[in-house]
Design a protein around this ligand. Structure first.
Ligand SMILES: *Cc1c(COP(=O)(O)O)cnc(C)c1O
Length: 400
């Protein structure tokens, strides 16, 4: 490595720090749950966790842990192979069939992560003759996946159906053979739900395919946790669903694409992150399979999650905080300025509340926030304590 490259890297790190954008990673010494233990300079400290994607609280569920243990014993630790060489066990097909059935699709294909599912889903299906029309708030992995395909790219402002229609027309005028609309089901940074009924209507009118990313929905949104299509009653009109096992469904890792049989079959042949990357560990597959079963019947957990979310939103708003409106357990507390978001995150940390400030490049510049996420793993007392801590920290920093 040249000294010049190292100097350049150090200068970049210094610039990130100077902009107040440096992300520091803390060490949790307990399992992931509502109350966690975190290593600090003063020793281990207990926190209320408001920033996990552990919406139903399944990350430490005893039945999921038991299923993973059993799979370790039955199938071993690792596969040491991609799927098509010698990397497929019964458990992998079971998981694919279970997630497909859960989401009402013909089949599904596993990836190491949803980042890989989104990275691999577009390129095999579309060529330079085709068009992908993408929501401006889509997750980074969708943006990267679209870049990896040769299709022409079109963007519409978040959930702006007028702009979406304009882009569909433009794509037609440009002679697109196939048009695909790509959107998050729930937008991860803002907690907004995509307007799937209108998207499906436009897709029908313009003959487009609809792909949605359900990472922040599968398991906790809609009836039985079947996601935003089920919430809106448009399951049959969504062609391709991507999602993760790394959030609500146990929170371990792994992604998937669920769709019609030919789409899944072609992805098995051509999706590069699938063909050239290792199979999911059997314990992860078995735990995720159990998580689907639990999530499906977890109306009690979904109800607790709703109650906590409504109470937290109301409490923070009454205290004078500016929360983005919405119905999902993602409650973004807007500070706009990265330094303020960092200061509030630190003040909350001092008060035993584990949150993360989000700022550029994760959200646009000038849109810094603390993104809180509620969980069924929290108790009512945890939620009240969190509201009180926000109010106290906000006053101490003159933010409210
Ligand atoms: C978390 C997330 C991903 C990435 O999922 P992984 O399985 O962690 O790679 C993709 N899309 C969205 C919308 C997400 O929130």
């Amino acid at each position: 490595m040249t000294a010049a490259l190292l100097d350049h890297v150090r200068a970049t790190l210094n610039a990130i720090e100077a902009d107040g954008l440096y992300k520091r990673e803390r060490e949790i010494t307990s399992p992931q749950r509502g109350r966690i233990t975190v290593r600090t300079l003063a020793g281990d400290k207990s926190y209320i966790n408001l920033c996990a994607n552990n919406y139903l609280g399944l990350a430490d569920h005893p039945d999921i842990i038991a299923a993973a243990h059993a799979a370790l014993d039955a199938y071993g630790f690792g596969m040491a192979s991609v799927r098509f060489i010698c990397g497929q066990q019964t458990i992998h097909r079971h998981l694919e069939q279970a997630i497909a059935a859960y989401l009402g699709k013909e089949d599904a294909i596993l990836f190491a992560a949803c980042f890989d599912a989104n990275g691999g889903v577009f390129e095999p299906l579309l060529t330079e003759d085709d068009a992908i029309i993408s929501d401006s708030l889509n997750h980074a992995s969708i943006i990267d996946g679209i870049r990896l395909s040769k299709a022409k790219r079109y963007r519409f402002a978040n959930s702006d159906m007028g702009e979406l229609e304009d882009r569909l027309r433009e794509a037609d005028a440009d002679g697109a053979r196939f048009k695909l609309i790509a959107t998050d089901g729930v937008f991860s940074m803002d907690g907004y739900i995509a307007n799937l009924p209108d998207i499906c209507d436009l897709a029908t009118r313009y003959g487009a395919t609809v792909m949605i990313d359900e990472c922040h929905a599968t398991g906790h949104i809609g009836p039985e946790g079947r996601g935003t299509p089920a919430l809106h009653g448009v399951e049959d009109r969504i062609d391709i669903v991507t999602g993760t096992f790394g959030k609500t469904l146990g929170g371990a890792m792994g992604g998937f694409v669920a769709s019609s049989q030919p789409i899944v079959d072609l992805l098995r042949q051509r999706a590069r992150p699938y063909v050239f990357s290792n199979s999911l560990a059997p314990a992860v597959a078995a735990g995720s399979l159990k998580a689907i079963e639990i999530a499906r019947g977890a109306d009690d957990r979904r109800a607790a999650l709703k109650r906590h979310t409504a109470r937290f939103r109301a409490g923070l708003t009454a205290a004078g905080f500016d929360c983005l409106k919405g119905e999902t357990p993602i409650v973004p507390v807007m500070l706009y300025d990265a330094d303020k978001a960092q200061a509030l995150a630190q003040a909350l940390d001092d008060r035993g509340i584990f949150v993360a400030g989000f700022f550029f490049p994760v959200v646009p510049k000038g849109r810094a926030r603390i993104r809180t996420q509620l969980s069924a793993a929290l108790t009512e007392a945890d939620v009240e304590a969190a509201i009180a801590a926000f109010a106290d920290a906000g006053k101490a920093l003159h933010l409210i």
